[in-house]
Unconditional design. Structure first.
Length: 139
């Protein structure tokens, strides 16, 4: 994806995983996520970029926050009851700061694509090594 990028520092986003890495000739940075982290650390992350003689320097920062109001709102809205298995997995993503829904969908597509998203499917998935169905960046 970077083959035609002239800049040597690239700011990425939307993976919800903080990153500061050099790959070939590119310095790739990602500030992470302020509200929905997916790196196992339930705290807000952001990045400060500072120029230096050798290029950009990224400083990643983390700030803990109270996620209690999020879970209270899920309960108030009856999110799991309204959204079923999908809602249950989204709440799990907030609790664990890890992907839950996407691995299930990948596994379902690979093993039983016609099976409905129901409690039986979720039960079967809970007995699978979900890491096999995580995108590489999230492993």
């Amino acid at each position: 994806m970077l083959a035609h990028a002239e800049e040597t520092t690239v700011i990425a986003a939307h993976t919800r995983i903080a990153l500061d890495r050099v790959v070939d000739r590119w310095h790739i940075v990602n500030p992470g996520s302020v509200g929905i982290p997916l790196d196992g650390d339930f705290s807000a992350s952001y990045m400060i970029l500072e120029s230096s003689p050798s290029g950009w320097r990224a400083t990643l920062r983390r700030v803990p926050f109270d996620c209690g109001p999020v879970f209270k709102e899920f309960e108030r809205q009856r999110f799991v009851e309204q959204c079923g298995v999908v809602g249950q997995l989204i709440v799990q993503e907030f609790k664990t700061a890890r992907l839950q829904l996407l691995p299930l969908l990948y596994w379902r597509n690979a093993t039983c694509p016609d099976h409905p998203l129901d409690a039986q499917l979720l039960f079967a998935f809970q007995h699978v090594d979900a890491r096999e169905y995580l995108p590489l960046a999230y492993q």
